[in-house]
Design a protein around this ligand. Structure first.
Ligand code: LFR
Length: 495
């Protein structure tokens, strides 16, 4: 078949995958060649990523890519944001990277904000306050033997690229999630590390999506069967940034929701919004490709449902998604609601009980059956989508007329339908694999096969299956969602 083939390594919070993407004129398709679970490990001192297991999965995936028999033009790597590994002076990894859901940063932000005020920090970084931002993770490690020995900090995708190629860099879309990046100038902040006692030499030189990142090392070639020196291309290594590249928006007035473990809902802008209103509303200005800004809020996404299913599986209860969604569809609408952004939902644990406890605490009937819990979670997420997108539009002075929902959530017909109904806006669902597609497209562009962002999105829109959900047009239904939105109230504000 015609077209060049690119390997996309995409590590997510629950699984990693290696996909082959074929790109040619009018052609864009993906084949999954390897998928492996991502299982964090609890050590005495906290929750860690099994980074060696993940890297092994990457190598096995690249081997599967080599066995497909199609020449791989280049490789790109994306993962979740904020987490990092530290290297010592010999370039060796100092311990397994912490998981952003580890609790060690509790109470740390306050100490940081005592040194650099919240307003000032936001004015530089434009970043949503989340307890796990890299800057807070580093502050919690201050004075540790590990940090004292560290010479380099590599964000997760940059660490994988380092092990594949030997090169060192910090990709800018992901660097923009650290809390140490200047949102306006799009460089590492010149002053924050010093003021916060962080050695600026830890932060590697920046790389932009499309930059070459070296070639596969001999040991990688030997294991995988890919030619030594196969190019590794810097992609938008923050998974959300890659997903936004592949949002099939072809008209103005589009908002997006990248919906998986998290729901990242917002707008693409040409410059950051660093106002006090945006800070108080806890919006992020993360960097996208080509100088764009991802003006979005990170809200708890399908994590709530995933974690319910994990608990139910442990307790021997039904955990099949289709069955649970069927039960949710039959449950009573809009009875109990939770605020997905409430901090108590962040850590792993018994989510059904936490949902019920939240409802009891807020004077609502606690959902009893599994179907009722799932309905409560999904309706709450739909309402959080409405809240975030309305606020994004207001803060950025934009008009939103349609929502593109991409990522795994696009498969969840109930969530898509309820997001359309709650917002009163049409939802275009898909592609499910937006992140891997964005990863592939940036590599293809570096190879000269596609043009600007607009043409990449037209290629996605023209080749990927999309589902359309029109908001239901009945007055009583709209009034019920409006009343529910009032009950949910505003999102928790920034400290
Ligand atoms: C989504 C994501 C979000 C980030 C969260 C933690 O996978 O990358 O954008 O806020 O994970 O890193």
């Amino acid at each position: 078949p015609a077209g060049s083939v690119f390997a996309a390594v995409d590590l997510g919070a629950t699984s990693g995958r290696v996909m082959l993407g074929r790109v040619g004129p009018g052609t864009l398709d993906l084949t999954e060649v390897h998928r492996f679970p991502n299982t964090p490990v609890r050590l005495p001192d906290g929750l860690r990523w099994d980074v060696l297991g993940l890297f092994q999965g990457v190598l096995e995936g690249l081997r599967a890519a080599a066995r497909s028999g199609r020449p791989v033009a280049s490789v790109g790597v994306d993962t979740w944001a904020v987490d990092y590994g530290l290297l010592d002076a010999d370039g060796a990894l100092l311990g397994a990277p912490y998981h952003y859901r580890d609790g060690r940063t509790e109470g740390i932000a306050e100490a940081v904000l005592a040194r650099v005020g919240a307003g000032e920090l936001y004015g530089i970084t434009g970043l949503q306050h989340l307890p796990f931002n890299t800057v807070f993770q580093l502050a919690s490690a201050a004075g540790s033997a590990q940090l004292l020995a560290a010479k380099r900090l590599l964000l997760m995708p940059d660490l994988i690229v380092h092990w594949l190629t030997g090169t060192v860099g910090a990709e800018e879309t992901n660097a923009s999630t650290t809390g140490l990046f200047d949102a306006r100038a799009a460089v590492w902040s010149g002053e924050l590390p010093g003021r916060l006692g962080i050695d600026p030499a830890l932060l590697p030189p920046l790389r932009a999506p499309g930059d070459p990142a070296g070639g596969l090392l001999p040991y990688v070639g030997e294991f995988t069967g890919l030619p030594v020196g196969t190019p590794v291309t810097t992609v938008a290594s923050h998974d959300t940034a890659s997903a936004v590249v592949a949002v099939p928006a072809t008209a103005p007035g589009s908002a997006y929701i990248s919906c998986g473990t998290w729901s990242l809902a917002g707008l693409e802008l040409g410059s950051p919004v660093l106002t006090e209103e945006a800070r108080a509303a806890n919006f992020s200005n993360e960097r996208g490709i080509d100088g764009t800004v991802r003006f979005l809020r990170n809200t708890m996404g399908l994590w709530l449902l995933e974690e319910c299913r994990r608990t139910w599986a442990r307790d021997g209860l039904p955990d099949g998604l289709d069955e649970l969604l069927g039960a949710a569809a039959r449950a009573e609408p809009l009875t109990a609601l939770v605020d997905p952004d409430a901090p108590e939902f962040l850590a792993p644990g018994d989510m059904p009980e936490r949902v019920r406890a939240y409802c009891r605490r807020t004077g609502q009937p606690a959902p009893g059956s599994q179907g009722a819990v799932v309905r409560c979670v999904l309706e709450s997420l739909a309402l959080a989508h409405r809240r975030t997108l309305r606020q994004a539009a207001e803060l950025a002075g934009r008009d939103v007329r349609r929502i593109h929902l991409v990522g795994g959530g696009a498969r969840n017909a109930l969530l898509c339908r309820w997001t359309a109904d709650a917002t009163g806006l049409p939802v275009v669902a898909g592609p499910v694999e937006a992140t891997a597609l964005g990863n592939v497209l940036v590599q293809a562009r570096a190879a000269g096969l596609v043009g600007d962002l607009g043409s990449m999105r037209r290629l996605v829109a023209g080749t990927q299956p999309l589902r359309h959900y029109e908001p239901r047009d009945d007055r009583a239904g709209r009034a019920a969602w409006d009343a529910a939105a009032d009950r949910l109230g505003p999102s928790p504000s920034n400290p």
